[in-house]
Design a protein around this ligand. Structure first.
Ligand SMILES: NC(=O)C1=CN([C@@H]2O[C@H](COP(=O)(O)OP(=O)(O)OC[C@H]3O[C@@H](n4cnc5c(N)ncnc54)[C@H](OP(=O)(O)O)[C@@H]3O)[C@@H](O)[C@H]2O)C=CC1
Ligand SMILES: C[C@H](CCC(=O)O)[C@H]1CC[C@H]2[C@@H]3C(=O)C[C@@H]4C[C@H](O)CC[C@]4(C)[C@H]3CC[C@]12C
Length: 289
């Protein structure tokens, strides 16, 4: 915990006038990050697929005091689009200070169904587009001695049930970006990489997919978004939010054994119930430590 902690000398002034790209900014944590950045007086370029939602977020950002706010809509399934978004920042601002990679494609919460194409598509959206944006943005980030912020999950540190494809994409981010960070250090590249390890957050999409199955209380998306911006501005290596997930991560091997066993037991106990009322596996409730 000490190793990953940074001195808490964050000031919202640090973001004033900064040029920031936020991906997946039409809803959830990305939308909340856009509002915080706007309030802090940053220039924001927002990205997601749904133009109508992005338009509303941009309007709100301008009301909140953004130095400027604009959006690009499209799908990150296509790495050419990922490059296009960064080019838009270059053409508009002539540079970039912070790249916040946050978007994810849809994935189910259930037993892995063997669909290899889904895994490939999710890797393209959740991982390859992050790499493509980083490659295109790097010359500008080197110039500004800027920051890359990668939003990941405890599912990118430890495998849990029902999220195999999603978890794989988050592990890929950890491998790629921690390796890249070492290379930056060797080459004296002053671009920070912050990996954000998040637990359960109360975004509409997460609540829709898992709230019926997980009893743990979710953490608020507004606070989560602020912590991500703070850790990026402080150039921290990792953020753990909520902080309580650290205890779980230190005890990972033990917890995994217990969790797998606990989940099996609960599913077994619920087996009869599920046969009777036709519940699907993901509808069985499992306790999180
Ligand atoms: N909520 C949680 O419990 C947790 C979240 N996280 C991480 O936090 C980040 C944000 O999650 P959260 O806010 O919950 O997610 P949301 O589902 O609320 O937001 C996802 C964003 O990505 C956009 N998006 C979806 N598909 C694509 C696509 N193909 N191309 C481009 N953009 C796309 C969505 O907009 P649109 O549909 O308009 O394209 C939306 O703006 C993710 O990286 C997630 O892994 C990590 C741990 C826990
Ligand atoms: C309940 C989990 C935390 C407990 C643990 O110690 O394992 C959650 C931690 C990460 C969550 C998932 C996540 O990373 C985001 C996905 C976002 C999607 O929009 C839907 C749900 C998620 C699969 C989400 C589910 C809960 C967690 C596994």
């Amino acid at each position: 915990v000490y190793f990953y902690s940074a001195p808490d000398n964050f000031s919202e002034e640090m973001l004033r006038g900064k040029r920031v790209i936020v991906t997946g900014a039409s809803s959830g944590i990305g939308e909340q990050m856009a509002y915080h950045l706007a309030r802090m007086g940053a220039h924001v370029l927002l990205m997601a697929r749904t133009e109508a939602k992005l338009q509303k977020v941009v309007e709100r950002c301008l009301e909140l005091g953004a130095a400027s706010a604009r959006f690009v809509s499209g799908s990150m399934e296509n790495t050419a689009f990922a490059e296009e978004v960064v080019k838009e920042a270059e053409n508009t601002w002539g540079g970039l200070d912070m790249l916040i990679l946050n978007h994810i494609g849809y994935s189910y919460f259930n037993y892995f169904d063997g669909d290899v194409e889904h895994v490939r598509k999710l890797l393209e959206t959740n991982f390859l587009s992050y790499v493509a944006m980083t490659v295109t943005a790097l010359p500008m980030l080197k110039e500004s001695e800027g920051s890359i912020v990668v939003v990941s999950s405890v599912a990118g540190k430890a495998g849990g049930p029902f999220i195999a494809p999603y978890s794989a994409t988050k592990f890929a981010l950890e491998g790629f970006f921690s390796s890249l960070r070492h290379e930056f250090i060797i080459d004296n590249v002053n671009v920070s990489i912050t990996l954000c390890i998040l637990g359960f957050i109360d975004t509409d999409s997460a609540m829709r997919v898992v709230s019926h199955a997980i009893r743990a209380a979710p953490s608020p998306k507004e606070e989560c978004a602020l912590e991500i911006i703070r850790s990026g501005a402080l150039r921290q290596r990792e953020l753990h939010y909520p902080p309580s997930i650290v205890t779980g991560m230190l005890l990972l091997p033990e917890l995994h054994g217990l969790r797998a066993k606990g989940t099996r037991l609960l599913n077994k106990d619920l087996g009869q119930l599920m046969q009777n009322d036709q519940r699907k596996p993901q509808e069985s409730v499992f306790e999180m430590e």
